[in-house]
Write a protein that binds this ligand. Structure first.
Ligand SMILES: Nc1ncnc2c1ncn2[C@@H]1O[C@H](COP(=O)(O)OP(=O)(O)OP(=O)(O)O)[C@@H](O)[C@H]1O
Ligand SMILES: NC(=[NH2+])NCCC[C@H](N)C(=O)O
Length: 399
């Protein structure tokens, strides 16, 4: 466990120093009480306020279409700029990625779990627009459903190259990336890799740390879509790539159909993927893997927002189910494809991942919403949307 809490520490009259909220309730501790606070005062210092002021002015003058720009009104900005989380994060820590990159779609991250509460007036409308999850909605309990009901989306192998389902998890006891120290990264990697190395059956595999990884081998893993890229500018701006590559790595089973990313955007990204379109098989492998890991590691879950992640787009189920697909007719015009995807609550990405274009005429199409619906509903949304799209492609090819 790290030396910073993941959930808010609690103070009582008898207990002036913060204690773990679960320990206080007589349950096993789920976090380690904070030892030091980063900020001395209750408001950000003058330098932060000045950066906020300049950043906000520039964002207003930009042509950014980010959700940050849309929802951070002047009035809200003035209200939030003086606030800080109990871990010492300010509004600047929330918005710095969107302030730096005007092509952000969203533009905000939660530097710590408390930020979702302290800056809720900004997060809530962004979350509502992205997930359709209102400020008083409560995320449903975990429900994986029955993966066996999801068939092969493309039994004739005409359109889908590969299928992937991933979810994110934050390990209790560690802060989100911007507040991770070198030591915490090392501790977290050790804890995670020890658990992963004990996985059995189809999930059994090996953990490989990024430190000292052969650069050619690393590049190959990235090109083959197994490993995360290095240098994501949105994450860098959010101070999420500090101490790189310490604490970062990948676990892979022998067939490279079950993978776990450690220390990238979230503490863990648990991934199942394989060639072809059999969503049920891919989903089941991920569900079984997450359940096995969850027996050994404790994950951070918020009473209203479900599983907590660094980016608000990933909250709740944290599930993104995607296919790498070629749709030569309906995919000819990207704007038309995106409009169609929107109709089914799907998101279109390029063939090399988020913020990339399609290099070879294939697209990564996935469910967009992850919060306010169950895990099964999230995957099913992608399943039914993709079935419609493939049906349309077939229909038009016969005209
Ligand atoms: N269905 C798929 N088949 C093969 N590779 C895929 C598939 N979906 C995504 N990928 C690959 O996974 C890698 C990571 O993609 P990307 O970063 O866009 O999504 P992510 O891992 O779900 O996380 P995030 O949404 O936070 O960006 C990329 O190499 C991407 O091409
Ligand atoms: N990997 C993610 N969290 N993706 C969602 C948002 C990414 C980036 N911050 C943006 O606003 O465009």
């Amino acid at each position: 466990m790290g030396d910073r809490p993941q959930c808010p520490p609690v103070k009582t009259a008898q207990q002036p120093d913060p204690v773990c909220c679960s320990a206080l309730a007589g349950q096993p501790a789920c976090c380690v009480p904070i030892k030091e606070k980063r900020a001395a005062g209750p408001t950000p210092d003058a330098d932060v306020l000045e950066k906020l002021r300049r950043g906000y002015e520039r964002l207003q003058l930009s042509s950014s279409t980010s959700l940050l720009r849309k929802h951070l009104t002047r009035e809200l900005f003035d209200r939030l700029k003086v606030k800080m989380t109990q871990h010492g994060s300010s509004l600047l820590d929330v918005v710095q990625s969107g302030f730096q990159h005007y092509d952000s779609n969203v533009g905000v991250y939660a530097p710590d779990a408390d930020a979702y509460s302290v800056f809720s007036q900004l997060f809530d409308p962004i979350i509502a627009e992205y997930h359709g999850f209102g400020p008083t909605d409560v995320h449903p309990p975990l429900d994986w459903g029955n993966p066996g009901t999801l068939q092969d989306l493309d039994p004739e192998n005409k359109y889908i190259r590969s299928t992937r389902v991933r979810c994110g998890r934050s390990i209790a006891g560690y802060p989100f990336n911007p507040m991770m120290t070198k030591e915490l990264y090392k501790q977290m990697e050790k804890e995670a890799s020890e658990v992963l190395s004990q996985l059995d059956g189809v999930h059994a595999g090996k953990y490989e740390t990024l430190r000292g990884m052969n650069p050619r081998y690393q590049k190959q893993l990235i090109n083959d879509h197994y490993l995360f890229k290095e240098g994501d500018r949105f994450l860098i701006a959010a101070k999420s790539c500090e101490h790189w590559p310490i604490g970062r790595g990948i676990f892979m089973n022998e067939d490279k159909t079950f993978l776990v990313w450690v220390g990238e955007e979230d503490h863990l990204r648990i991934i199942s993927m394989q060639m072809g379109g059999h969503l049920g098989e891919v989903y089941k492998r991920m569900v079984d893997g997450v359940n096995k890991i969850g027996r050994k590691l404790s994950f951070v879950r918020h009473p209203r927002l479900g599983f907590l992640t660094f980016c608000p787009t990933n909250l709740g189920t944290t599930v993104r189910a995607s296919v790498m697909i070629r749709l030569p007719i309906i995919g000819r015009d990207m704007a038309q494809l995106e409009a169609l995807a929107e109709r089914y609550n799907l998101q279109v990405r390029g063939s090399e991942g988020e913020h990339t274009a399609s290099a070879d005429g294939s697209y990564d199409i996935s469910n967009k919403r992850r919060l306010g619906i169950t895990e099964f509903q999230a995957v099913h949304e992608m399943y039914s949307g993709l079935r419609e799209m493939i049906y349309l492609e077939e229909l038009r090819s016969q005209l």
